[in-house]
Design a protein around this ligand. Sequence first.
Ligand code: NAD
Ligand code: UGA
Length: 476
Amino acid sequence: MANPIKKVCCIGAGYVGGPSMTVMADRSPEIEFNVVDKNLKRIESWNSLDLNNLPIYEPGLMKLIKKCRNKNLYFSNEIEKNIALADMIFISVNTPTKTTGLGAGQAIDLKWIESCARQIAMHAKGHTIVVEKSTLPVKTAQTIKSILDSYIKKDFGDNNKNSKTFSILSNPEFLAEGTAIEDLLKPDRILIGGDDNNAIEVLKNIYLKWVNEQKILTTDIWSSELSKLIANAFLAQRISSINSISALCESTEANISDVAKAVGMDSRIGKYFLKSGPGFGGSCFKKDILNLVYICNYYGLFEVANYWEKVITINSWQQNRIVSIIVNKLYGTISGKKIAILGFAFKANTNDTRESPAINICRKLLEEGCILNIYDPKVSIEQIDNDLKNEDLSNLNELNNEKKWQVSSSIIDAVRKTDALIILTDWNEFYNLDLEEINNLMRPPGWIFDTRNIINIKQANKYGLNIWKIGNGNLM
Ligand code: NAD
Ligand code: UGA
């Protein structure tokens, strides 16, 4: 029987580190979980007395935080101290695409992983199990191991020589935002890769508190690292597949929901991840596929790289073609027109906007000279401003000093005096829009562009609204 662990440290208090440690803490009251981050503002938000101020919004998270925080779950920026005290350390830091240098635009920037490895190497004491929770390129464990080993060999002159040892495991996270707590509590599988059976058993024992043993899969470390990238690539591939067919439906008077249903009822294909929309967003799909493309090219597998790259090509194409459709339907120009945007988060039930299709679509619309009223139930004004602003896009129209976009506090506020309404996120509250009131508030002829396929066409027509729905070839 492997030694039970008493203290866990998780480096990175983000969308993965926060919720995953919260669920573990809830299921293992005898273990102390310390989630650390160098971002003090984020830590302060995790410790906020008002639970509405938590740094991330996830259904079910508040309740668990209330139960565990400051009992066996702590958030702090005392990174070194908590590394030293931990028997097990999860690395849950960001792994974005490199923006400069070798592999820029495709390879993963491992600088945060490397800095974690160095911090662990310097401050860990005794035997420490280091767990990769971040999504990493295959073979990253080798990099981490070489950094940890180099510090073990180094004599620090404090009689600490060789007193520390490490085991490295890969334990990728498969949660999706918006359903993170549910996904963590009822995972499809837990994947643990490694070659130290004792360490594997220790980690497995944590999960066994709430996950059935049959769902815990153990593999070698490289298969585990690679499986995570491939799972994301397959999910994104399904979305690009259905989005490519949404365009074909529009050209052939077919209906994408019916096609997806008919195709998905084949048990070999399955019904999930077949909803067409404005393209996938989120911090991971694009960067993980780009990384896969980079790895394939690195190993000389050019056809494989080209194959996966097309998943991203279709994703961008879907967003661009939606913008063209909107401009064309609004008589070929949207200059000076007001447009309401419903939904800015990359999917419902999250406040995350990373790689949200809304960013690209809104930017392109703004370039056409329109004015946007943006409403999202969870995304803050600051976040929207940050996402839309950059050197070439300031919020002020130089000619008349009028704001190019404003953030509305309700659907009704957003829609008033607009020419068009565009649904970009599938928030629950957009399913039952009061189309009569909306039509009364809009400047005729009012248009609805439904990129999430949630509006009833007959209802919209009944109140005199024009409607375009993704993947619907027959709108009459
Ligand atoms: P995030 O950006 O929300 O959080 C990462 C945190 O790590 C940040 O708060 C950052 O300040 C902190 N950090 C970075 N380097 C640090 C260091 N050296 N010391 C202390 N703190 C440090 O990222 P995320 O969305 O939680 O993703 C983390 C990893 O998990 C990524 O590899 C991602 O691909 C993967 N993943 C994400 C999701 C998701 O839904 N977001 C799901 C599964 C896997
Ligand atoms: C995704 C995966 O689902 C998780 O398993 C994985 O752990 C995570 O990435 C990660 O590694 O970061 P996430 O991006 O949070 O999770 O959310 P998804 O539900 O996968 O949605 C991603 C995007 O695809 C969203 O923009 C969503 O609107 C879109 N989508 C999803 C569709 O357009 N159609 C669908 O049928 C499903």
